[in-house]
Design a protein around this ligand. Structure first.
Ligand SMILES: Nc1ncnc2c1ncn2[C@@H]1O[C@H](COP(=O)(O)OP(=O)(O)OP(=O)(O)O)[C@@H](O)[C@H]1O
Ligand SMILES: [Mg+2]
Length: 235
């Protein structure tokens, strides 16, 4: 059976903000999909992504992965899922600043046992593939925005997750660096994984096989509209 991530009737608003952010959202993604969630600032992209990733519990609705609602898992099950299967990269810097980039990458191995030479080799290979190998012993505050984004991808992919949920991977970057990131993620989706991106960057749409856009309706509610659906690039 294909792995499918499915959002069913998601509704979300924030307690101290009366605005409805997500209203009856239903989405279904499968392995190999490269999904772009577009929309203007404040339209709800990050909220949507965090809900899909099992980070932010919606007010109502379900997010189903392998027949289970993420929000019915206990903390231990959810943290295992986040470590191994669904990797979430928020808009902000998530690197621990007292550890080097390489140490940050190796953290999940530290949590689950001990770090072996093959783990370190894998981390360095990922950094190399993203053309930032020389940053391995630096700290996150010593990296440029583009280097940090690329390091975030390496951090997200170290455990070979089946799903990567990446909030604004190219914001603030030059075109060339943005394209390195988008094509790297595209390659990851082609290998049979699911990639979900939130972005303002129109270029993301060139790489995606599914695009959803938040469009503001009368009454101020943003609704998620299904846009282009193309064949997956590996088909
Ligand atoms: N924790 C919170 N409490 C209250 N309101 C919030 C919270 N987080 C987000 N919001 C509000 O919800 C709306 C949607 O925010 P969200 O971060 O999802 O938008 P976005 O599309 O990702 O924006 P951007 O492109 O600027 O990142 C905004 O109006 C924002 O102010
Ligand atoms: Mg956002």
């Amino acid at each position: 059976m294909k792995n499918i991530l499915e959002a069913k009737n998601l509704n979300m608003s924030y307690k101290n903000n009366q605005k409805i952010i997500l209203k009856d959202v239903n989405l279904k993604f499968e392995e190999g999909d490269y999904v772009a969630i577009m929309g203007e600032s404040g339209s709800g992209k990050s909220t949507m992504l965090a809900c899909l990733a099992g980070i932010l519990k919606p007010e109502s609705g379900e997010v189903i992965w392998q027949d289970k609602d993420l929000y019915k898992l206990n903390d231990l099950q959810l943290s295992k899922l986040h470590r191994n299967t669904i990797s979430y990269v928020p808009q902000s810097n998530v690197f621990l600043k007292e550890y080097s980039i390489l140490e940050n990458l190796l953290f999940p191995y530290m949590e689950t046992g001990k770090i072996e030479e093959k783990h370190e080799k894998k981390a360095v290979e990922l950094l190399e593939a993203l053309k930032i190998k020389e940053m391995r012993d630096r700290f996150s505050y010593e990296l440029s925005g583009g280097e940090l984004k690329r390091a975030s991808i390496a951090r997200a992919l170290i455990m070979d997750p089946e799903v990567i949920v990446f909030d604004e991977p190219t914001t603030g970057l030059d075109n060339k660096t943005g394209e390195i990131i988008l094509s790297f993620l595209s390659y990851y989706a082609q290998k049979g994984n699911l990639v979900i991106i939130a972005s303002h960057d129109q270029k993301v749409m060139d790489y995606s096989n599914r695009v959803y856009t938040f469009v503001r309706e009368n009454g101020g509610i943003s609704r998620l509209i299904e846009g282009q659906i193309k064949a997956k690039s590996n088909q």
